[in-house]
Design a protein around this ligand. Structure first.
Ligand SMILES: [Zn+2]
Length: 561
């Protein structure tokens, strides 16, 4: 997801009206965090998801069969499903359960049935999924209309989780190994989803689209995108030599604009493959669906809702950002939401990096300058505690938007400190678990911040903990304290908790650059007339009073409005 700069996220607890009169519980609104004991030790081997979409009534009929593996025999288990749905039947291993054997008072569907080893649970349910107030910043299923008045339906559930529209284990570790989706929609609507389209069954007034994905899959990345879509499609040979299917499901009234955006995709793929590594899901597709919300990193079917806007950087930043998540988010997944900066920081750094790749340093730094004004640094980027998504998005008690902006700037700073060779090697190792990824020699990986620190230490052969201790694990940005007198200048780092910080700093005197080793304060003789610039090439993320002043001014202005 892309963070809305300058706008406070209001996590709305409002829920849609529905026939059961229930509202989404606090349990369903959270995603991740502590897992209930009734779900621990369960692995999701396969999710078979059937949806009948009824736009007239704004309801869905769902039939989900999960193939689960339990590490130990158990007397009961649970899966997550929003209580707004009426559950008509639950089956375990194909046997219908008596209604008293299951209950779902608060969104944790508890099934009292002894199971061991591999087993299946089938849940038949129906109702109106939560309607988001401001997707994608709050989750659910949107029932919108296209400009021409056709039905336009989309899901976005990153913050609240998969349980808003299908029974799942709403936790990063709940990723199903394989997913089949059978999406039944009235004609002429088209259902675009994850993975590969196996077939379309014609049932007269409706059609069922059977999509299948065999890649490990973020649960919030499973998505329904429904509209009278038209499809732009091509085959593209990647720089690694494999053939990629590119599919862009767009609204029919926007064909001409969609064609222009579609033409941007191959170079975007080249960029990621040259800088980071192979497109992770080449066996399936490069997929994009036009959505009524801004965007979301739905695996192999990225949501695009930027309305084909142009900016000074010469590419569609939203599409590029969401596409970056195929590497940072979908191939590499944080093992807990606490490390979400690995998704969003890398995901956001890809925009300046792409601008540099296309147009050089001016575009790179202009893009970074824009991100710099969003850094708040009130809380550490990483808390080293188990976190729910919404806790990470809190501005006061969590990092909030810093996971995007500060994350990106930490990477910018790291890149210049350790050099391109080590930086991109470390990135590859993080994303693929190898520095030599080739199509077919890797599968999705789960990693956290400490893993990245270890990777950087190994690749550089140095202990870089001092860098990450300051930038990830405490809030205050390092501050350069400068004391300029007529004949001398003294420069030193001021660091929260007096942590060690061995960051060298460039200093330009009348255009001549020297690098200061600032492990201790440095004093240089200067002339009264000398023009002195610290960090003249803007390589380091540090405290900047003028940015704080600007942020405060902006806050005052928006408070007045
Ligand atoms: Zn994002």
């Amino acid at each position: 997801m892309k963070f809305p700069f300058g706008i406070l996220i209001i996590a709305s607890l409002l829920s849609a009206c529905n026939h059961t009169q229930e509202t989404t519980s606090a349990y369903s609104l959270k995603s991740g965090g502590e897992m209930p004991s009734s779900q621990q030790g369960l692995n999701v081997k396969h999710a078979d998801l059937g949806f009948t979409i009824k736009p007239d009534q704004q309801i869905i009929d769902g039939v989900t069969t999960l193939t689960l593996m339990t590490t130990t025999p158990r007397k009961s288990f649970s899966v997550d499903l929003d209580r707004v749905f009426h559950i008509s039947e639950v089956l375990v291993n194909g046997q219908v359960l008596a209604p008293e054997l299951y209950s779902n008072p608060d969104g944790m569907l508890l099934v009292k049935q002894a199971v061991s080893g591999e087993f299946t649970v089938t849940i038949k349910y129906n109702g109106q999924p939560r309607v988001p107030v401001r997707a994608p910043w709050d989750g659910g299923l949107m029932w919108e209309k296209t400009p021409n008045g056709a039905d336009w339906i989309a899901t976005a559930v990153q913050g609240e989780g998969c349980d808003l529209f299908w029974p799942c284990i709403d936790h990063p570790s709940g990723e199903p190994t394989k997913v089949d989706l059978h999406i039944n929609v009235p004609k002429p609507l088209v259902a675009a989803s994850n993975g590969v389209l196996l077939n379309v069954t014609d049932e007269g007034a409706t059609r069922t689209y059977h999509w299948q994905t065999k890649s490990l899959h973020n649960t919030y990345g499973i998505a329904l995108n429904i509209a009278p879509y038209e499809l732009l499609e091509t085959k593209f040979t990647s720089v690694y030599g494999n053939s990629l299917d590119i599919q862009f499901f767009h609204l029919p009234e926007r064909t001409e604009k969609a064609k222009i955006l579609f033409a941007e995709i191959p170079e975007m793929i080249n960029f990621f493959e040259r800088m980071i590594g192979p497109y992770p899901f080449g066996q399936e597709k490069v997929g994009i669906a036009e959505t009524p919300h801004l965007g979301m990193e739905h695996q192999t079917i990225n949501a695009y809702g930027n309305e084909y806007k142009k900016d000074q950087f010469g590419y569609d930043w939203l599409m590029q950002h969401e596409f970056a998540h195929e590497w940072f988010g979908n191939q590499l997944t944080n093992d807990d939401w606490d490390h979400m900066w690995l998704h969003e920081g890398f995901g956001s750094y890809m925009q300046p990096l792409f601008a540099q790749y296309l147009h050089g340093d001016l575009a790179y730094k202009a893009n970074l300058a824009k991100q710099r004004t969003g850094i708040v640094s009130k809380s550490p980027l990483v808390s080293n505690q188990v976190r729910e998504v919404e806790q990470v998005y809190q501005h006061d008690t969590g990092p909030g938007g810093d996971i995007y902006t500060k994350g990106s700037w930490v990477l910018h700073t790291l890149r210049y400190l350790i050099g391109d060779d080590a930086f991109f090697k470390a990135t590859k190792q993080l994303v693929y678990g190898t520095t030599d990824p080739q199509p077919g020699n890797f599968t999705p990986v789960f990693k956290n911040s400490a893993d990245f620190v270890n990777i950087v230490n190994t690749i550089t052969g140095k202990d870089m903990s001092w860098f990450f201790d300051v930038y990830l694990y405490q809030a205050d940005l390092p501050k350069l304290v400068v004391d300029r007198k007529d004949d001398a200048i003294t420069v030193q780092w001021e660091i929260e908790n007096n942590k060690p910080f061995h960051m060298p700093v460039e200093l330009s005197i009348n255009g001549k650059i020297t690098t200061l080793d600032l492990t201790k304060p440095v004093t240089l003789a200067i002339n009264k007339m000398d023009v002195v610039i610290l960090d003249p090439n803007s390589k380091i993320l540090k405290y900047d009073q003028h940015i704080v002043d600007f942020q405060n001014f902006r806050k005052e202005q928006s408070a007045k409005k």
